[in-house]
Design a protein around this ligand. Structure first.
Ligand code: AMP
Length: 393
């Protein structure tokens, strides 16, 4: 892995793929995390005496659309970098070329949304070549799109001798390695969420890399039903029962312990404030559905979390968006943070568990929170991300 720390960027123009796909409300950035995450890379290059040309996508525009213009994030970027950046209304073409040519060392130029061109997502060669002409070095710091073989994330890399992992991309890759390749034992994966089908490739990839797997949330009911339990009207996938049984068998062969819930908080209605009752996980009456982990399950899960040295968390163990059913997910997050304080390495990755740690204000209490939803899931499935392999060629 060639990182930006391996190079001095003095007098170099550097094309950086950042992920500024930030949430906006009425033209204002509502969460600046992604902009802040790009600062260490930009600062190192500027400190070396280089110049930065930033490129990103924002949303899913159909051609040039003002509502997806990156001009909307310029003032936040300026505030965070504490400099006046330059902005170009295009990412390729004569105006963009002129601006990158005129850019002075120490300056930062933000290019307009890459996805204003369909060539970006198509991974078009000519478009990639045009992008490459802005600079003599290339840095990819956008983990969130590293699973896409797009022009700016993958194809452009082949036009550069000098190409590097940005600081954020490096951190993501190291955090993943710490769990998947060289984590201290016992290694635990806490998996939750609604659908078992979307998590099967992850389970199959990690089953011989971890010591324990906790399966909570909606996906646990398919396992319980497959084992002959009564799950009431809880969410489940009948087409996956055979797969669930084969996973339990595989875990036994690999000597990996799978921990399922013992009890569950249930309600007759899926809504905030619905009256709830606790049942054994395999004896849920027909009119009830399981919506949060029960107290005995949590006690067991917490014990396992506290005795683990490496923890991966993907997916909530209940409907954490509703206050009435958020207790389980909050307690799991809190236990992971306690275990981290006692020396465990913890990685939280993949959409909803990241939303959960943010909701419960635990993002600074775990070792690493991934910035890439889809990219993290594909990495956990064992896939080589095209944006990462392109930097190694
Ligand atoms: P996923 O996208 O598959 O990771 O699922 C995340 C979603 O699973 C969240 O929106 C949770 O509300 C939901 N979820 C977790 N536990 C349950 C459950 N017991 N019943 C229904 N949905 C659940």
């Amino acid at each position: 892995m060639r990182t930006i720390d391996d190079f001095n960027f003095k007098e170099k123009k550097v094309l950086i793929r950042v992920d500024f796909n930030v949430p906006l409300e009425k033209g204002r950035v509502t969460d600046t995390t992604r902009i802040k995450s790009a600062v260490p890379t930009i600062s190192k290059i500027i400190k070396d005496g280089g110049a930065c040309i930033l490129m990103s996508h924002l949303g899913r525009p159909n051609g040039f659309e003002d509502q997806f213009s990156l001009i909307q994030i310029k003032s936040e970027l300026d505030k965070i970098l504490k400099i006046e950046t330059k902005f170009c209304t295009d990412c390729v073409g004569p105006i963009a070329e002129h601006m990158s040519q005129k850019l002075l060392m120490g300056e930062v130029l933000l290019l307009e949304n890459l996805r204003f061109y369909s060539e970006e997502t198509q991974g078009d060669e000519r478009f990639s070549k045009k992008l490459s002409q802005h600079a003599s070095c290339y840095v990819n710091d956008a983990f969130g799109t590293a699973h896409r073989a797009h022009a700016s994330t993958t194809v452009v890399a082949k036009y550069f001798e000098n190409k590097f992992f940005g600081k954020l991309l490096e951190k993501e890759v190291l955090a993943l390695k710490k769990v998947m390749n060289n984590g201290a034992s016992p290694i635990l994966a806490v998996l939750g969420g609604s659908k078992i089908s979307s998590k099967i490739p992850i389970i199959e990839n990690i089953i011989d890399k971890v010591d324990d797997i906790i399966i909570g949330g909606g996906m646990s009911f398919t396992f319980i039903k497959a084992l002959g339990g009564k799950i009431g009207s809880s969410i489940h996938e009948d087409s996956m029962t055979k797969k669930a049984l084969s996973i339990l068998e595989l875990a036994e062969q690999k000597n990996t312990k799978i921990h399922l819930p013992i009890d569950v908080v249930c309600a007759k209605e899926f809504k905030e404030g619905a009256e709830s009752k606790i049942f054994a996980i395999d004896s849920i009456p027909d009119e009830y559905e399981g919506l949060d982990s029960g107290p005995k399950s949590l006690e067991n899960f917490k014990k396992i979390i506290m005795s683990s040295k490496t923890i991966l968390w993907n997916g909530p163990v209940g409907v954490f968006e509703l206050e009435s059913f958020s207790k389980g997910t909050k307690e799991i997050g809190t236990a992971i943070s306690k275990s981290t304080k006692s020396g465990a390495f913890s990685l939280v990755g993949g959409g909803d568990s990241v939303a959960a740690v943010k909701k419960f204000k635990l993002e600074n209490e775990v070792s690493y929170v991934s910035t890439g939803g889809g990219a993290m899931l594909e990495s956990l499935e064992g896939k080589i991300l095209p944006g990462i392999s392109a930097l190694k060629k």
